[in-house]
Design a protein. Structure first.
Length: 191
């Protein structure tokens, strides 16, 4: 995906609001990201990097409306992940997005085993709780994006990580896998 100035600007605005919300999360389980806010920003950039402008615009509006009402998506997401509050949204579209994301994660874990491990239920819970924050409009747009990518045989999880590795190390996912496999091999051989 090529990144336009407008696309990057939308992601930057989103990540700044998410960061502001994240800084105030009071979770019962400490997240390592709370100690490394630049890592949080990079990972959130990665997450949004594959989304089209319409989804980003709608999600930015969700964040702004939530902020105006005193809601904190990050606090709510972590409360949901820790099962401290009931589900905020139930939708077949939410379930379908989670299922497709899980398939994509399994796929890259199989193809790039030195780089990824399949995270199973933890990954499922994280995605589902995050999707519960979205407005119906944003969820509909995201569902359309995910279904379209699936029909085109694209893997948005793979694309996110490809964007991340290019941004942080200038390498492709394949190169990252080869480097990770060599590191594992060297450890096994005692090098």
């Amino acid at each position: 995906m090529s990144f336009t100035i407008e696309h990057e600007s939308l992601i930057s605005q989103i990540v700044e609001i998410e960061l502001e919300m994240f800084r105030t999360v009071n979770s019962t389980v400490h997240s390592p990201c709370q100690d490394y806010l630049n890592t949080f920003k990079t990972m959130r950039w990665m997450h949004h990097s594959v989304l089209p402008q319409a989804v980003l615009e709608s999600y930015l509006e969700d964040l702004r409306l939530a902020k105006g009402k005193g809601r904190n998506f990050m606090t709510e997401k972590y409360a949901r992940m820790e099962n401290r509050i009931p589900p905020l949204k139930e939708s077949p579209k939410l379930d379908e997005i989670v299922s497709i994301e899980m398939d994509w994660m399994r796929d890259i874990a199989e193809r790039y085993p030195a780089t990824f491990e399949h995270r199973g239920e933890g990954f499922r819970t994280y995605i589902a709780c995050e999707l519960e924050m979205l407005s119906d409009k944003t969820l509909d747009l995201l569902h359309g994006t995910v279904k379209s990518a699936q029909k085109q045989h694209r893997n948005l999880v793979e694309e996110r990580y490809t964007n991340l590795f290019r941004k942080t190390g200038g390498m492709s996912l394949r190169e990252r896998e080869e480097e990770a496999a060599k590191t594992v091999s060297d450890k096994v051989l005692g090098k």
